[in-house]
Ligand binder design. Structure first.
Ligand code: NAD
Ligand code: GLY
Length: 369
Protein backbone atom coordinates (compact mmCIF):
# COMPACT_ATOMS: atom_id res chain seq x y z
CA UNK A 1 0.00 0.00 0.00
CA UNK A 2 1.49 3.38 -0.90
CA UNK A 3 1.12 6.56 1.10
CA UNK A 4 -1.51 7.64 -1.41
CA UNK A 5 -3.68 4.54 -0.78
CA UNK A 6 -3.29 4.43 2.98
CA UNK A 7 -6.79 4.32 4.52
CA UNK A 8 -6.16 7.40 6.69
CA UNK A 9 -3.28 9.24 8.32
CA UNK A 10 -2.02 7.55 11.46
CA UNK A 11 -2.90 9.08 14.78
CA UNK A 12 0.31 10.33 16.38
CA UNK A 13 0.94 10.36 20.14
CA UNK A 14 4.14 12.03 21.33
CA UNK A 15 6.34 10.83 24.17
CA UNK A 16 8.07 13.95 25.51
CA UNK A 17 11.45 13.06 26.98
CA UNK A 18 13.73 15.84 25.77
CA UNK A 19 16.32 14.47 23.36
CA UNK A 20 14.81 10.98 23.81
CA UNK A 21 11.34 12.06 22.67
CA UNK A 22 9.66 9.94 20.02
CA UNK A 23 6.36 9.44 18.21
CA UNK A 24 3.90 6.57 18.53
CA UNK A 25 1.99 6.15 15.28
CA UNK A 26 -1.33 4.29 15.45
CA UNK A 27 -3.31 3.36 12.36
CA UNK A 28 -4.42 0.76 9.84
CA UNK A 29 -2.21 -0.39 6.99
CA UNK A 30 0.99 1.11 8.41
CA UNK A 31 3.16 -1.96 7.96
CA UNK A 32 2.90 -2.01 4.19
CA UNK A 33 3.00 1.76 3.71
CA UNK A 34 6.37 3.15 2.58
CA UNK A 35 5.58 6.48 4.28
CA UNK A 36 5.65 4.74 7.65
CA UNK A 37 9.30 3.83 7.27
CA UNK A 38 10.62 7.02 5.71
CA UNK A 39 11.82 8.56 8.97
CA UNK A 40 13.21 5.58 10.87
CA UNK A 41 16.86 6.08 11.96
CA UNK A 42 19.34 6.23 9.07
CA UNK A 43 21.82 3.34 8.85
CA UNK A 44 23.25 0.78 6.47
CA UNK A 45 22.03 -2.23 8.35
CA UNK A 46 18.69 -3.21 9.92
CA UNK A 47 17.96 -6.31 11.99
CA UNK A 48 14.37 -7.46 12.41
CA UNK A 49 13.89 -9.31 15.69
CA UNK A 50 10.75 -11.43 15.64
CA UNK A 51 9.53 -14.90 16.56
CA UNK A 52 8.45 -18.05 14.78
CA UNK A 53 4.74 -17.16 15.01
CA UNK A 54 4.95 -13.56 13.82
CA UNK A 55 7.67 -14.04 11.18
CA UNK A 56 5.44 -15.99 8.74
CA UNK A 57 2.64 -13.44 9.19
CA UNK A 58 4.46 -10.11 8.89
CA UNK A 59 8.21 -10.71 8.61
CA UNK A 60 8.52 -10.50 4.84
CA UNK A 61 6.19 -7.49 4.59
CA UNK A 62 8.39 -5.55 6.99
CA UNK A 63 11.62 -6.75 5.38
CA UNK A 64 10.38 -5.63 1.94
CA UNK A 65 9.65 -2.15 3.30
CA UNK A 66 13.00 -1.90 5.08
CA UNK A 67 14.92 -2.98 1.97
CA UNK A 68 13.80 0.29 0.42
CA UNK A 69 15.61 2.18 3.20
CA UNK A 70 18.52 -0.01 4.37
CA UNK A 71 21.23 -1.70 2.29
CA UNK A 72 21.39 -4.81 4.48
CA UNK A 73 18.24 -6.18 6.10
CA UNK A 74 18.57 -9.28 8.27
CA UNK A 75 16.08 -11.17 10.41
CA UNK A 76 16.53 -13.20 13.57
CA UNK A 77 13.63 -15.48 14.44
CA UNK A 78 13.36 -16.36 18.14
CA UNK A 79 11.31 -19.20 19.63
CA UNK A 80 7.85 -17.96 20.66
CA UNK A 81 6.90 -17.80 24.32
CA UNK A 82 7.41 -16.12 27.67
CA UNK A 83 9.48 -19.12 28.75
CA UNK A 84 12.08 -18.07 26.15
CA UNK A 85 12.45 -14.54 27.52
CA UNK A 86 15.85 -15.47 28.91
CA UNK A 87 19.62 -15.08 28.50
CA UNK A 88 19.94 -17.95 26.05
CA UNK A 89 17.39 -16.52 23.64
CA UNK A 90 18.67 -12.97 24.09
CA UNK A 91 22.09 -14.21 23.05
CA UNK A 92 20.68 -15.31 19.70
CA UNK A 93 20.12 -11.64 18.89
CA UNK A 94 23.76 -10.84 19.69
CA UNK A 95 24.86 -13.88 17.64
CA UNK A 96 22.92 -12.56 14.64
CA UNK A 97 24.26 -9.01 15.03
CA UNK A 98 27.85 -10.21 15.21
CA UNK A 99 27.55 -12.88 12.51
CA UNK A 100 26.16 -10.27 10.11
CA UNK A 101 28.89 -7.78 11.06
CA UNK A 102 26.33 -5.21 12.19
CA UNK A 103 27.91 -1.90 13.19
CA UNK A 104 26.95 0.49 15.99
CA UNK A 105 24.47 2.38 13.81
CA UNK A 106 22.45 -0.77 13.08
CA UNK A 107 18.74 -0.31 13.75
CA UNK A 108 16.84 -3.12 15.49
CA UNK A 109 13.16 -3.54 14.61
CA UNK A 110 11.14 -5.41 17.25
CA UNK A 111 8.32 -7.09 15.34
CA UNK A 112 5.97 -8.94 17.69
CA UNK A 113 4.45 -8.82 21.12
CA UNK A 114 5.87 -7.72 24.44
CA UNK A 115 8.27 -10.64 24.72
CA UNK A 116 10.01 -9.80 21.44
CA UNK A 117 9.86 -6.06 22.23
CA UNK A 118 11.38 -6.42 25.70
CA UNK A 119 14.18 -8.66 24.42
CA UNK A 120 14.97 -6.65 21.29
CA UNK A 121 15.00 -3.49 23.39
CA UNK A 122 17.42 -4.99 25.90
CA UNK A 123 19.64 -6.20 23.05
CA UNK A 124 19.57 -2.70 21.53
CA UNK A 125 20.45 -1.16 24.91
CA UNK A 126 23.55 -3.31 25.25
CA UNK A 127 24.86 -4.16 21.77
CA UNK A 128 27.99 -2.03 21.30
CA UNK A 129 26.73 -0.08 24.36
CA UNK A 130 23.57 0.96 22.57
CA UNK A 131 22.10 0.99 19.07
CA UNK A 132 18.80 2.54 17.95
CA UNK A 133 15.63 0.47 17.90
CA UNK A 134 12.08 0.79 16.63
CA UNK A 135 9.10 -0.97 18.19
CA UNK A 136 6.63 -2.57 15.77
CA UNK A 137 4.15 -4.10 18.26
CA UNK A 138 1.71 -6.67 16.90
CA UNK A 139 -0.26 -7.60 20.04
CA UNK A 140 -2.82 -5.40 21.76
CA UNK A 141 -0.81 -5.63 24.96
CA UNK A 142 2.34 -4.44 23.23
CA UNK A 143 0.54 -1.62 21.41
CA UNK A 144 -1.07 -0.23 24.58
CA UNK A 145 1.77 -0.78 26.99
CA UNK A 146 5.00 -2.70 26.52
CA UNK A 147 6.29 -1.02 23.35
CA UNK A 148 5.95 2.42 24.94
CA UNK A 149 8.13 3.86 27.67
CA UNK A 150 11.48 2.10 27.31
CA UNK A 151 11.32 -0.71 29.83
CA UNK A 152 13.29 -3.64 28.46
CA UNK A 153 14.08 -6.89 30.24
CA UNK A 154 14.42 -10.63 30.38
CA UNK A 155 13.16 -12.94 33.14
CA UNK A 156 15.25 -14.74 35.76
CA UNK A 157 14.00 -18.05 37.19
CA UNK A 158 13.69 -16.24 40.55
CA UNK A 159 11.79 -13.22 39.26
CA UNK A 160 10.10 -11.68 36.26
CA UNK A 161 11.76 -8.89 34.27
CA UNK A 162 14.58 -8.79 36.81
CA UNK A 163 17.41 -8.18 34.33
CA UNK A 164 16.99 -5.21 32.04
CA UNK A 165 17.45 -1.55 31.27
CA UNK A 166 15.51 1.64 30.63
CA UNK A 167 16.14 2.31 26.95
CA UNK A 168 13.76 4.26 24.76
CA UNK A 169 12.89 3.27 21.18
CA UNK A 170 13.22 5.90 18.45
CA UNK A 171 9.73 5.27 17.15
CA UNK A 172 6.71 3.05 17.85
CA UNK A 173 4.56 1.89 14.95
CA UNK A 174 1.22 0.30 15.86
CA UNK A 175 -0.46 -1.21 12.82
CA UNK A 176 -3.99 -1.98 14.04
CA UNK A 177 -4.52 -4.47 11.21
CA UNK A 178 -2.09 -6.88 12.86
CA UNK A 179 -4.56 -7.31 15.73
CA UNK A 180 -6.92 -9.17 13.39
CA UNK A 181 -4.69 -12.27 13.44
CA UNK A 182 -4.23 -12.28 17.19
CA UNK A 183 -5.68 -15.33 19.02
CA UNK A 184 -8.74 -14.40 21.11
CA UNK A 185 -6.96 -15.31 24.35
CA UNK A 186 -4.17 -12.85 23.51
CA UNK A 187 -6.67 -10.11 22.67
CA UNK A 188 -8.20 -10.55 26.12
CA UNK A 189 -4.74 -10.44 27.70
CA UNK A 190 -4.17 -7.08 25.99
CA UNK A 191 -7.49 -5.78 27.28
CA UNK A 192 -6.20 -6.24 30.83
CA UNK A 193 -3.59 -3.53 30.23
CA UNK A 194 -6.21 -1.30 28.56
CA UNK A 195 -8.58 -1.67 31.52
CA UNK A 196 -5.71 -0.89 33.91
CA UNK A 197 -5.57 2.75 32.79
CA UNK A 198 -9.15 3.44 33.92
CA UNK A 199 -9.06 2.82 37.67
CA UNK A 200 -5.61 4.38 38.10
CA UNK A 201 -6.11 7.57 36.11
CA UNK A 202 -9.17 8.03 33.92
CA UNK A 203 -12.70 7.13 35.02
CA UNK A 204 -14.14 8.45 31.77
CA UNK A 205 -11.98 5.95 29.88
CA UNK A 206 -13.12 3.22 32.28
CA UNK A 207 -16.75 4.02 31.40
CA UNK A 208 -15.85 4.05 27.70
CA UNK A 209 -14.28 0.58 27.99
CA UNK A 210 -17.38 -0.71 29.80
CA UNK A 211 -19.56 0.59 26.98
CA UNK A 212 -17.25 -0.79 24.27
CA UNK A 213 -15.83 -4.03 25.62
CA UNK A 214 -17.96 -6.11 23.25
CA UNK A 215 -16.82 -4.02 20.26
CA UNK A 216 -13.22 -4.48 21.41
CA UNK A 217 -13.69 -8.23 21.72
CA UNK A 218 -15.18 -8.19 18.20
CA UNK A 219 -12.09 -6.23 17.02
CA UNK A 220 -14.06 -3.34 15.61
CA UNK A 221 -11.40 -1.05 14.12
CA UNK A 222 -12.76 2.22 15.55
CA UNK A 223 -12.94 0.75 19.05
CA UNK A 224 -9.44 -0.73 18.83
CA UNK A 225 -8.09 2.56 17.54
CA UNK A 226 -9.53 4.56 20.43
CA UNK A 227 -8.35 2.00 22.99
CA UNK A 228 -4.78 2.04 21.67
CA UNK A 229 -4.59 5.82 21.25
CA UNK A 230 -6.06 6.66 24.68
CA UNK A 231 -3.89 4.04 26.40
CA UNK A 232 -0.78 5.42 24.71
CA UNK A 233 -1.76 8.99 25.64
CA UNK A 234 -2.07 8.03 29.31
CA UNK A 235 1.14 6.04 29.27
CA UNK A 236 3.00 8.83 27.45
CA UNK A 237 1.82 11.33 30.07
CA UNK A 238 2.96 9.13 32.97
CA UNK A 239 6.32 8.23 31.40
CA UNK A 240 6.90 11.89 30.50
CA UNK A 241 6.62 12.74 34.24
CA UNK A 242 8.66 9.84 35.58
CA UNK A 243 10.66 7.94 32.98
CA UNK A 244 12.69 5.80 35.40
CA UNK A 245 9.94 5.01 37.89
CA UNK A 246 11.13 7.02 40.83
CA UNK A 247 7.50 7.57 41.81
CA UNK A 248 4.43 8.09 39.65
CA UNK A 249 5.25 5.49 36.95
CA UNK A 250 4.78 2.70 39.48
CA UNK A 251 0.99 3.19 39.21
CA UNK A 252 1.22 1.50 35.79
CA UNK A 253 1.93 -1.66 37.74
CA UNK A 254 -1.61 -1.83 39.12
CA UNK A 255 -2.40 -5.54 39.47
CA UNK A 256 1.15 -6.51 38.57
CA UNK A 257 2.47 -7.36 42.06
CA UNK A 258 -0.14 -10.09 42.46
CA UNK A 259 0.05 -10.84 38.72
CA UNK A 260 3.80 -11.41 38.66
CA UNK A 261 3.44 -13.79 41.62
CA UNK A 262 0.82 -15.75 39.66
CA UNK A 263 3.08 -15.93 36.59
CA UNK A 264 6.18 -16.99 38.50
CA UNK A 265 4.25 -19.29 40.85
CA UNK A 266 2.55 -21.23 38.06
CA UNK A 267 5.63 -21.14 35.80
CA UNK A 268 6.07 -18.56 33.04
CA UNK A 269 3.77 -19.15 30.10
CA UNK A 270 1.09 -21.07 32.03
CA UNK A 271 -1.13 -18.01 32.44
CA UNK A 272 -0.55 -15.19 29.96
CA UNK A 273 0.92 -12.00 31.42
CA UNK A 274 -2.33 -10.13 30.72
CA UNK A 275 -4.41 -12.87 32.35
CA UNK A 276 -2.28 -12.67 35.48
CA UNK A 277 -2.58 -8.87 35.45
CA UNK A 278 -6.36 -9.07 35.00
CA UNK A 279 -6.73 -11.33 38.02
CA UNK A 280 -4.07 -9.32 39.86
CA UNK A 281 -6.20 -6.18 39.39
CA UNK A 282 -9.13 -7.90 41.08
CA UNK A 283 -6.84 -8.73 44.02
CA UNK A 284 -5.37 -5.22 44.09
CA UNK A 285 -8.87 -3.70 43.96
CA UNK A 286 -9.91 -5.90 46.87
CA UNK A 287 -6.84 -4.78 48.82
CA UNK A 288 -7.71 -1.16 47.97
CA UNK A 289 -11.21 -1.72 49.33
CA UNK A 290 -9.86 -3.25 52.54
CA UNK A 291 -7.60 -0.21 52.93
CA UNK A 292 -10.53 2.17 52.47
CA UNK A 293 -9.72 3.60 49.03
CA UNK A 294 -12.76 2.26 47.17
CA UNK A 295 -16.04 0.66 48.13
CA UNK A 296 -17.43 -2.79 47.40
CA UNK A 297 -19.35 -1.58 44.34
CA UNK A 298 -16.11 -0.35 42.71
CA UNK A 299 -14.47 -3.76 43.23
CA UNK A 300 -17.52 -5.45 41.74
CA UNK A 301 -17.59 -3.02 38.81
CA UNK A 302 -13.95 -3.71 37.96
CA UNK A 303 -14.34 -7.47 38.47
CA UNK A 304 -17.34 -7.54 36.12
CA UNK A 305 -15.42 -5.69 33.42
CA UNK A 306 -12.38 -7.95 33.73
CA UNK A 307 -14.64 -11.01 33.47
CA UNK A 308 -16.42 -9.54 30.42
CA UNK A 309 -13.01 -9.07 28.78
CA UNK A 310 -12.54 -12.85 28.95
CA UNK A 311 -10.02 -12.74 31.79
CA UNK A 312 -9.78 -14.85 34.95
CA UNK A 313 -10.99 -13.13 38.12
CA UNK A 314 -10.08 -15.82 40.64
CA UNK A 315 -6.44 -16.43 41.53
CA UNK A 316 -4.77 -19.83 41.38
CA UNK A 317 -4.36 -21.55 44.73
CA UNK A 318 -0.66 -21.12 45.28
CA UNK A 319 -1.22 -20.60 49.02
CA UNK A 320 -0.92 -17.21 50.71
CA UNK A 321 2.60 -17.94 51.98
CA UNK A 322 3.84 -18.65 48.45
CA UNK A 323 2.20 -15.47 47.09
CA UNK A 324 3.93 -13.44 49.80
CA UNK A 325 7.28 -15.12 49.14
CA UNK A 326 7.03 -14.41 45.41
CA UNK A 327 5.84 -10.84 45.90
CA UNK A 328 8.87 -10.02 48.05
CA UNK A 329 11.00 -10.41 44.89
CA UNK A 330 8.96 -7.66 43.16
CA UNK A 331 11.01 -4.68 41.96
CA UNK A 332 8.87 -2.30 44.02
CA UNK A 333 9.75 -4.14 47.27
CA UNK A 334 11.88 -2.05 49.62
CA UNK A 335 13.94 -3.60 52.45
CA UNK A 336 11.83 -6.75 52.17
CA UNK A 337 8.52 -4.86 52.42
CA UNK A 338 6.11 -5.56 49.56
CA UNK A 339 4.69 -2.38 48.03
CA UNK A 340 1.34 -2.48 46.27
CA UNK A 341 -0.30 -0.18 43.78
CA UNK A 342 -3.67 0.53 45.34
CA UNK A 343 -6.57 2.75 44.36
CA UNK A 344 -6.80 5.42 47.04
CA UNK A 345 -9.85 6.96 45.36
CA UNK A 346 -11.59 5.96 42.12
CA UNK A 347 -9.43 7.13 39.21
CA UNK A 348 -6.34 7.66 41.36
CA UNK A 349 -3.62 5.27 42.53
CA UNK A 350 -0.78 5.29 45.01
CA UNK A 351 1.97 2.89 46.07
CA UNK A 352 2.11 1.68 49.66
CA UNK A 353 2.80 -1.24 51.95
CA UNK A 354 0.10 -3.28 53.67
CA UNK A 355 0.13 -5.58 56.71
CA UNK A 356 0.94 -9.20 55.77
CA UNK A 357 -2.14 -10.41 57.68
CA UNK A 358 -4.41 -8.22 55.54
CA UNK A 359 -2.71 -9.31 52.32
CA UNK A 360 -3.17 -12.95 53.37
CA UNK A 361 -6.89 -12.35 53.89
CA UNK A 362 -7.18 -10.73 50.47
CA UNK A 363 -5.35 -13.64 48.82
CA UNK A 364 -7.54 -16.18 50.59
CA UNK A 365 -10.69 -14.27 49.62
CA UNK A 366 -9.64 -13.89 45.96
CA UNK A 367 -8.38 -17.45 45.52
CA UNK A 368 -11.27 -19.30 47.16
CA UNK A 369 -12.77 -22.10 45.13
P1 NAD B 1 3.79 -12.18 23.58
O1 NAD B 1 4.87 -11.31 23.14
O2 NAD B 1 4.15 -13.52 24.11
O3 NAD B 1 2.73 -12.33 22.40
C1 NAD B 1 1.61 -13.11 22.61
C2 NAD B 1 1.45 -14.20 21.55
O4 NAD B 1 0.89 -13.63 20.37
C3 NAD B 1 2.72 -14.87 21.13
O5 NAD B 1 2.49 -16.22 20.88
C4 NAD B 1 3.05 -14.14 19.84
O6 NAD B 1 3.89 -14.88 18.99
C5 NAD B 1 1.69 -13.97 19.24
N1 NAD B 1 1.52 -12.87 18.32
C6 NAD B 1 2.07 -11.65 18.35
N2 NAD B 1 1.52 -10.86 17.42
C7 NAD B 1 0.63 -11.61 16.75
C8 NAD B 1 -0.27 -11.33 15.69
N3 NAD B 1 -0.41 -10.12 15.20
N4 NAD B 1 -1.02 -12.34 15.22
C9 NAD B 1 -0.94 -13.57 15.79
N5 NAD B 1 -0.15 -13.88 16.81
C10 NAD B 1 0.63 -12.90 17.30
O7 NAD B 1 2.93 -11.49 24.75
P2 NAD B 1 2.41 -10.01 24.98
O8 NAD B 1 1.17 -10.16 25.72
O9 NAD B 1 2.44 -9.21 23.75
O10 NAD B 1 3.54 -9.39 25.93
C11 NAD B 1 3.75 -9.91 27.21
C12 NAD B 1 5.16 -9.54 27.63
O11 NAD B 1 5.25 -8.11 27.69
C13 NAD B 1 5.54 -10.04 29.00
O12 NAD B 1 6.82 -10.59 28.95
C14 NAD B 1 5.54 -8.80 29.87
O13 NAD B 1 6.44 -8.88 30.94
C15 NAD B 1 5.92 -7.75 28.88
N6 NAD B 1 5.50 -6.40 29.24
C16 NAD B 1 6.41 -5.42 29.19
C17 NAD B 1 6.06 -4.12 29.47
C18 NAD B 1 7.06 -3.01 29.33
O14 NAD B 1 6.75 -1.88 29.73
N7 NAD B 1 8.21 -3.26 28.76
C19 NAD B 1 4.73 -3.83 29.81
C20 NAD B 1 3.81 -4.86 29.85
C21 NAD B 1 4.20 -6.15 29.56
N1 GLY C 1 4.15 -1.51 32.14
C1 GLY C 1 4.54 -0.67 33.21
C2 GLY C 1 5.48 0.39 32.83
O1 GLY C 1 5.82 0.55 31.68
O2 GLY C 1 5.92 1.12 33.66
Amino acid sequence: MSAATRSSSPHRVAIELGDRSYPIDVGAGLLGDAATWSSTPAATCALIVTNDTVAPLYGERLAAMLRQRYRDVHTVVLPDGEEHKDWQTLNRIFDALLQHGCDRKTVLFALGGGVVGDMAGFAAASYMRGVPFVQVPTTLLAQVDSSVGGKTAINHPLGKNMIGAFYQPRQVICDLDTLQTLPARELSAGLAEVIKYGPISDLEFLSWIEANVDALMAREPAALSHAVVRSCEIKAWVVGQDERESGLRAILNFGHTFGHAIEAGLGYGEWLHGEAVGCGMVMAARLSQRLGGVDESFVERLTTLIRRAGLPVQGPQLGAARYLELMRVDKKAEAGEIRFVVIDRPGHATVRGAPDALVREVIEQCCRQ
